[in-house]
Structure formats: C-alpha cells, structure tokens
Design a binder for this molecule. Structure first.
Ligand code: TRP
Length: 473
C-alpha cells in the first residue's frame, strides 16, 4: 500500500468505525420507509428479487469501487476526482462526476429531511398513546391531517435539517461513530419485535408471499428501473457519500470485506422491515401500494394494539430518526468537505451554508403533500401520470442520477484507473477475487445499468410510438 495522501478532515479510528459509519449511511429511511412502499407499489416479489440481484451484482462491486476511489484520493469527491483523473491521465471532465454527486446529495437530502421530519413527529404521536386502540381508518386520518399541513411539515423539516447540520459541523469521527454503535443494534432488535408482532397478529403468510413470491407479470419495465435505483439509494452509492467516507478509511482495511458487511446488514434491515409491514397491511385490508405514507399508516396500527405499544412505538420512531440522521449526514458530507477544502470555510460555516440550501430545496417536497398535491408536472406521460414534484424529485435522483453516477464510478475505477492502482488500493491479491471484481465493474455493471435504462424507456409513451413505428415492441 502506498498510502501517500492523508485526509485533512481526519480518519476513522478503526475499521469498525468505518463499518458503523457506512452502515449508518446505508441504513436509513431507504430501508424502512422507502423499500416497503416501492415494493408495494411495484407488485412485491419480482421487484424484491430484482432489487436483491442488483445489490449483489451492481451494488457491492460499485461500493468497492467507490470506497477505493475515495481512499486513494483522500479528499472530497470533487477534489478526489480531479486528483485521480490527473494522476491516471484521464480527462479533466471527470471532475464533473464529483459535482453531479454534490447536486444529487442536496436534492436527495432536501426530501429525505422532510420524511425524517414525519418520523420525528411520530415519536411524539406514538409516545403520547395517540394510536392506542385505533383502527386503520383512524391511523390513516392522523397521517393525512399531518401531511396536509404545510406549516407543520416545514417545522419538522427545519428541526431535522438543524440536527443534521449540528453533527456535520462537529466533524466525522466523534459524534457519528459513537451514536451508531448503539443505535444500529437497537434498531435490529426493535425490528425483530415488530416482525414478532406481525407473526402473531398479522397475515404473516400472505405478507411473506407478497414479498418473496415473484410474479413477473406484476413488474413493469419502469419497476425494474426503480428496483435498480433503489439498490443504489439504499447502499448510498453513486453520489460520493461512500467515496467521502472511504477517504477517511485507514489504509490497511480490506475494502471488499467492509463493503460486503455493510451491504448485508443493509439488506437484512430492509427485508425485516418488509416482513414487519406487509402482514399488517394485509391483516387490516390496506393497500400495499399506498405510497410514501405506507409505514406511517401501518406500523401505528401495530403499536396501537400491542402491549406497551406507546413505548415500543416511540422507541421505534426514535431509532428511525437516528437511522435517518446518520444517513443524512453522509448526503451532505461531500459538499461540506469541498467547501472546507476549496472555499476555506470552517466546518461550522460550511454546514450552515449547506443546510440553508437544502432547507430551501426541501420546500418543494413540503408543498408536494399539500398545496401542490394536485400539481403533476409530467402528467402527460403515462408513467408519471400521478407523480407529484416530490415523486419526480425522488425518481430523478434515485433512478437516474445515482445509477448514472454509479456507472461512471465503475467506468473510472476499472477503465481509467490503472490495474496497478486499483490492485494496490484494494489489496486483495491477484488471484480470484480481484479479477472477479474487475470483470464485474468493467463489463457486467456498466452493461447492466445501461440495459435497465434502455429497458425502462419502453414505458415512456413517446418511445413506444417510435418502437412501434420501426417494428420493435
Ligand atoms: N442509504 C440511505 C437510506 O437508505 C440514504 C442515503 C444516505 C443515500 N446517503 C446516500 C442515498 C447517498 C443515496 C446516496 O436511507
């Protein structure tokens, strides 16, 4: 290992610290809020299967590539790309990858924070016993009345952004490391409690069948793209978050092992969340495709009926907030690291600037659920017929920007970086695993991403006309 560069922002204190921070980034609303609702909207089993395949074939190799690039560059993604592109004699345009990542981070965090705000609100709602004994209808109307009030959403959004920026201002190793160490295990335990409840009182069998019995007739071409996009989203890939965390990684840690460990934990959390939620959905005659409110309309039913439900419910949402918090930090860290490196700001000022920008973008999501709820900007397209501004923002970032970013990361790591550099950085010997990784990121991953993009185009009407016209359908 050459280890010639050092990060000016510090380093993780150990390999475990990195695993915790990266898991903290990966495990978040994506696993517990988003995965169940998009699995529900896209028909269940087949969607889940495609998502799992994407994690294995695309996600893990790209995570390794991203961590590797980060550790080699040891700076914010923008400067890392600039440095490495020069070193590897690749074009100067590669720095754009860093910029695109910063933009994606702002956009994602802007809506992520609004949803995390819902979770914050639910800490108090569950804790106060508001849901005790309520039926599905009652629970649903509490959710609806919350999201239809822009002021309330704005207040919680503001609180969550402030929380995020406080941690970001204090730097990478201190706070994040310590918090995640306790919270992740606690979240696991609580998910098991919920799965246990679903086992006893939900339609467990039906829930499992929905999640794990693939029926490809229920999966649209667009659904395949959403499954792939979610593999990037849930692993925090494609925008530099994992790259910037990699830049704080000690030189001797095995990148392959940590990437696999993080991906496995992340996947396990998502599947547990699905196993907790769908039995409740079916037992109460709810719609699996209810959309972004799904967990807020299902889990409170469980908490309203189990012993000590107010306590467990509060604990669950507290943990969800922490999971979202440790993810949010990583979304903004690439931008903050760049502001510190290039603009000479302190971390505190950088965090304030980044926080204000994100907060402003967040207004779009806040309004999507109330004032703008009938505003469907792309309703002319069948696939986006019902999409609000929030839905489109999520689609653009998770299903387009992240896979594109990931594709470019794969290309850079395997075509632009020399074999010697990546072999040196990954440090896993020249025998089986390194060639396998290189083969995957050189060929399989880029081709898979491109194929899924092309395939999804089938669901865009304008393209269908063209395909029909030239006789390909
Ligand atoms: N992975 C997180 C989740 O599942 C969200 C997240 C954090 C993220 N950092 C990211 C998504 C970077 C995309 C890119 O909740």
């Amino acid at each position: 290992m050459e280890g010639q560069r050092e990060s000016i922002h510090g380093q993780w204190s150990s390999r475990l610290a990195f695993i915790l921070a990266a898991t903290g980034s990966a495990v978040g609303l994506g696993n517990i809020w988003k995965f169940p609702y998009i699995a529900g909207e896209n028909g269940g089993g087949a969607f889940v299967l495609v998502y799992l395949v994407c994690i294995a074939v695309i996600g893990i190799p790209i995570m390794m590539a991203e961590v590797m690039i980060g550790r080699r560059g040891r700076q914010s993604p923008i400067n890392t790309m600039r440095t490495l592109a020069a070193e590897e004699q690749a074009g100067r345009a590669w720095v754009m990858l860093g910029w695109a990542g910063v933009l994606a981070g702002f956009l994602i965090l802007s809506y992520y924070s609004v949803i995390a705000g819902w979770a914050l609100a639910y800490v108090f709602r569950t804790g106060s016993g508001l849901f005790t004994g309520l039926t599905a209808d009652g629970v649903q109307s509490i959710f609806t009345s919350m999201v239809s009030d822009p002021e309330r959403l704005l207040a919680w959004h503001t609180i969550f952004i402030t929380m995020t920026m406080v941690v970001v201002a204090r730097g990478v190793s201190g706070g994040i490391e310590k918090a995640v160490k306790f919270l992740m295990p606690a979240l696991f335990v609580l998910l098991f409690v919920l799965v246990g409840y679903a086992w006893n009182s939900g339609s467990f069998q039906q829930g499992l069948e929905f999640l794990f019995q693939p029926d490809f007739n229920k999966l649209s071409a667009n659904g395949v793209l959403i499954a792939m996009g979610h593999a990037f989203f849930t692993l925090s890939l494609g925008m530099g978050a994992i790259m910037v965390y990699g830049s704080y990684l000690p030189a001797t840690t095995s990148i392959a092992k940590v990437s696999i460990a993080v991906s496995l934990m992340d996947t396990l959390v998502a599947l547990l969340a699905g196993m907790a939620i769908f039995p409740i959905v079916f037992a109460n005659g709810l719609e699996p495709g209810a959309g972004p409110g799904l967990i807020f309309q299902t889990l409170p039913i469980a908490f309203g009926h189990m012993d000590y439900g107010a306590f467990f419910g509060m604990l669950f949402f507290v943990l969800l907030v922490f999971a979202a918090w440790s993810s949010a930090i990583s979304l903004i860290e690439p931008a903050v690291a760049w502001l510190v490196e290039n603009k000479g700001l302190t971390r505190v000022t950088a965090a304030v600037v980044a926080g204000l920008v994100t907060w402003l973008f967040g207004l779009m999501t806040v309004f999507s659920f109330n004032l703008w709820s009938e505003f469907k900007p792309l309703s002319g397209f069948e696939v986006f017929r019902d999409s609000t501004v929030f839905d489109l923002l999520d689609y653009l970032t998770a299903n387009i920007m992240l896979p594109l970013g990931g594709l470019l990361i794969a290309v850079f790591a395997s075509w632009k970086m020399s074999r010697a550099s990546s072999l040196d950085e990954l440090g896993m010997g020249d025998r089986f695993f390194y060639p396998l990784w290189r083969f995957l990121v050189r060929y399989i991953t880029p081709i898979a991403v491109i194929l899924v993009f092309l395939y999804a185009l089938r669901d865009i009407e304008a393209i269908q006309y063209i395909l029909n016209a030239i006789g390909i359908t």
